[in-house]
Design a protein around this ligand. Structure first.
Ligand SMILES: [Zn+2]
Length: 218
């Protein structure tokens, strides 16, 4: 049975590396996958990039207003057509001509409606979906897409990374020009600001020390 998987973690927990490894594992067995990410993510535009240096273009970008199930169906049909076009006359299409899995990077930026579509793709279209993303923003609040994935996914798996103190990191503190900030937009989209924005994965203890006890901007 196909399942919806949400593999989440703080920033720098190796999500893109894990995604590219999962894609490789499918393809090593002769199966086809589709890679996608939300169009809102301006970093590396249309690629999935691992911090280890491995990078690969996505098969399609997902605009915020896109009907994700329909968009997926279009690309699934293209994969099937490509596979059938390469067959010899009278040759039956192999089962692997279909998409074996949909892999999503930066899934926190999908809308809750698009996450609903992921469950439909899994259950109604019977295609497994592996979504990778960050659980919470720099103010410790869930991204709407991540919250919906927490509600709907068949399987939740945490990818772990370490805080500077050695504990497991839970949160993503934002720095602007090297200074911690705890107010601002959920996504730093202002280009002037975005250049100076960095993040540090932190445990709760270190986060609360830097924020002076504030959570959620309060
Ligand atoms: Zn810490």
């Amino acid at each position: 049975m196909a399942k919806l998987y949400f593999r989440y973690g703080a920033m720098n927990s190796g999500k893109s590396t894990a995604l590219l490894q999962a894609a490789y594992n499918y393809e090593e067995r002769g199966q086809r996958v589709l890679l996608a990410k939300p169009a809102i993510d301006t970093k590396d535009a249309d690629r999935v990039s691992s911090r280890l240096g491995v990078t690969r273009p996505v098969d399609f970008l997902i605009p915020p207003d896109a009907d994700l199930r329909t968009l997926f169906a279009v690309h699934r049909d293209r994969v099937k057509e490509d596979a059938e076009a390469s067959l010899l006359p009278d040759e039956q299409p192999p089962r692997r001509a279909d998409v074996a899995c949909l892999l999503l990077d930066e899934a926190q930026f999908l809308t809750p409606t698009q996450i609903d579509d992921l469950l439909r793709i899994v259950v109604l279209d019977k295609i497994p979906v592996l979504a990778y993303g960050i659980r919470t923003d720099f103010r410790t609040e869930a991204f709407p897409g991540s919250r919906r994935l927490m509600e709907l996914a068949h399987s939740l798996e945490e990818l772990k990374t370490i805080c500077r103190c050695g504990r497991k990191a839970l949160f993503n503190a934002r720095l602007v020009g090297g200074r911690f900030v705890f107010d601002g937009d959920q996504v730093a989209i202002d280009e002037l600001t975005a250049d100076r924005v960095t993040y540090e994965s932190m445990c709760a203890e270190c986060y609360l020390r830097e924020s002076g006890g504030r959570l959620d901007g309060r």
